[in-house]
Each structure stands twice: as C-alpha cells, then as structure tokens.
Write a protein that binds this ligand. Structure first.
Ligand SMILES: Cc1cc2nc3c(=O)[nH]c(=O)nc-3n(C[C@H](O)[C@H](O)[C@H](O)COP(=O)(O)OP(=O)(O)OC[C@H]3O[C@@H](n4cnc5c(N)ncnc54)[C@H](O)[C@@H]3O)c2cc1C
Length: 279
C-alpha cells in the first residue's frame, strides 16, 4: 500500500484508481500524463511486463474517452538490459499509440542514458511524426547541442531543469546557473519550433517567460507540472486558457520517485519527517 505521505505525489496503485484521477483532472480542465512507476529493471521480463502494461493502459484510456497520454522511462522499458530492447519496446508502444491516435512521452534519466534515449527518440519520431515527445534536462551542459541535433525531428520536447545529481564536468550544479540555462534553452526552443514545446516546470518565472516567448513567436506550448506540486496554480493556469498537463505517476513502485520529489524541496523533507514521527 502507498503510505499516506506519498499519496500527494502518486495517484494510487492500480489503473482504475489512476483513471479516476484522470477523470477528475479532466473535469478541472487539466490533461494528464500517466506514468506507471518502475525503473532500472535488469530482468527483461520486468521490462516486457511494463511494456505490456503501457499497451493495455493506452487501450484503457481510449476506451474511457479520457484526455490522457503516457510517459515511459527508458530503464523501465529495458535500457539497463540493452539499448535495443529499450528501443524495441518504446517503438511498440508508440506504434500502438499511433493506431489509437494517442501520444507517448519519454522521461530522461541519468546522463549515462542520454545518448541511447535520444537515438531512440529521433528514430521513432521519424517513423511516427508528432506521436512522441522527449524530455531534455537544462542542467546538462550538452543540452544546447542536443537541441541543435533535434531541431528537425518531428517530435515534441519537454524542457525540465533536471532531477538527477550529475558531476560538474557534465552538468551545471548551481541553481542560478541551471535557471539561466533553462531560460536560454526555452528561448532556443521558441526560436526554432512553432509546435511541440512543453514547459516542464513549476517555476512561475519560467512559465511567464514561456508565455512571453509564445506571444512573440506566435507558437503553441503547454505547461506540464507534477501531481502534488503547485496544484492550485495548475488549475488557475488552465482556467486562464493555458494548455496544462499534469504528470501523474501510479503503481506500487513509488519509493524512488517519492525520494526524488522530497530531495527537490526542503519543505517536503520537513513534511516527510513530520509524517514519519506522526506529528
Ligand atoms: C512534467 C514534468 C516531468 C518531468 N520529467 C523529468 C524527467 O524526465 N527527467 C528529469 O530529470 N526531471 C524531470 N522532471 C523534474 C524536473 O527536472 C525538476 O527536478 C522539477 O520539476 C523541479 O524544477 P522546477 O522547474 O519545478 O523548478 P524549481 O526552481 O525547482 O521549483 C520552482 C517552484 O516549484 C515548486 N516545486 C518544485 N519542485 C517541488 C517539489 N518537489 N515539491 C514541492 N514544490 C516544488 C516550488 O514552489 C518551487 O519554488 C519533470 C518535471 C515535470 C514538471
């Protein structure tokens, strides 16, 4: 069972509970990006099981007529086993989404996985244009070059600041520098694309910048935020007419996801500590 402390960030353990959450979000004007929790599988059977779960989930979303898509993790689809196994599973999910007129996002994990993840994205997007979107992390020094490389790839880009601790040789580690990189990357995205831009951030300054850039370039974009983080702002933005999607994890493997959310914010650490000591 998911402990109450983690429920702020995780919809529930099962698909029906997750779909109920989607329905409630849709009623509030939010689209939902469902992520089945799971990562770093070294057994190909686990990667296969999650791939099949995503295929079924896409069917369930379509059958229920909900406004939702999915977001997969490379190591959940088998990247720790082999690049090929991951790419094969990823392609199968996107092909199924294509048949259902649905959409698939791919999260970005630690920097050791960036090359294989981007290779798979570029190849699958070429075969299934605008059916797939990839997360890029502004804390990585390489991201500017990756944006150049992906400029003509017909897939969406979700820009985030980056949730993984990386060494200074390859990443900006100072928060102000990461924020600056995020602004620069966002400007580049709007200069080069008029669709497929997702602002994966809760930071009001970045959301305001995206709004300005979208007007300047007459481009479409969406804001993506996590379940449990600035939920009132998500609903306010949607009410103002901004396209908002809530990234919603579900499933029983909640611990590492929850730990990343807690590490991001000192207040969450205090909240977690209070829940553990029961006050
Ligand atoms: C939709 C989405 C998908 C993501 N996918 C990935 C991914 O694939 N790979 C990856 O590395 N990272 C991913 N991230 C996480 C991202 O990299 C950041 O770690 C996270 O979003 C915090 O950065 P921020 O832009 O919100 O800005 P921050 O400057 O960190 O935060 C801005 C404000 O948002 C609020 N806030 C932010 N985080 C929290 C929190 N955990 N709890 C409570 N309040 C908070 C606070 O009010 C804070 O002041 C994703 C984030 C989102 C929103």
């Amino acid at each position: 069972m998911i402990p109450p402390i983690a429920r702020r960030f995780v919809a529930g353990e099962t698909v029906p509970v997750a779909l109920e959450h989607v329905r409630a979000c849709n009623e509030d004007g939010l689209r939902v990006i469902l992520n089945r929790l799971g990562e770093h599988y070294d057994d190909p059977d686990d990667a296969r099981a999650d791939t099949e779960a995503y295929l079924d989930l896409l069917d369930d979303i379509a059958a229920a007529g909900l406004d939702a898509c999915v977001s997969v993790k490379p190591s959940q689809l088998g990247l720790d086993v082999s690049d090929d196994l991951f790419a094969e599973h990823y392609r199968e999910i996107v092909a199924h989404a294509h048949d259902l007129d649905a959409f698939v996002w791919c999260d970005m994990e630690d920097a050791d996985t960036t090359d294989a993840t981007l290779d798979a994205f570029a190849s699958i997007a070429a075969d299934y244009p605008w059916r797939v979107g990839q997360c890029l992390q502004s804390n990585l020094r390489r991201t500017r070059e990756d944006l150049d490389r992906l400029v003509d790839v017909p897939g969406a880009i979700r820009l985030v600041k980056g949730a993984y601790d990386e060494p200074p040789a390859i990443a900006y580690t100072d928060k102000a520098r990461v924020d600056e990189a995020y602004r620069e990357d966002l400007r580049l995205l709007f200069e080069r694309r008029d669709r497929g831009i997702a602002v994966g951030s809760h930071d009001p300054a970045m959301i305001a910048l995206a709004d300005r850039l979208a007007r300047e370039h007459d481009a479409d974009y969406e804001v993506q935020m996590l379940m449990g983080v600035r939920e009132a702002a998500q609903r306010d933005l949607a009410a103002q007419g901004v396209d908002v999607a809530q990234y919603t994890p579900y499933g029983d493997k909640w611990l590492s996801y929850f730990s990343r959310r807690v590490r991001e914010r000192r207040e969450n650490l205090a909240f977690a500590a209070r829940a553990i000591v029961g006050r």
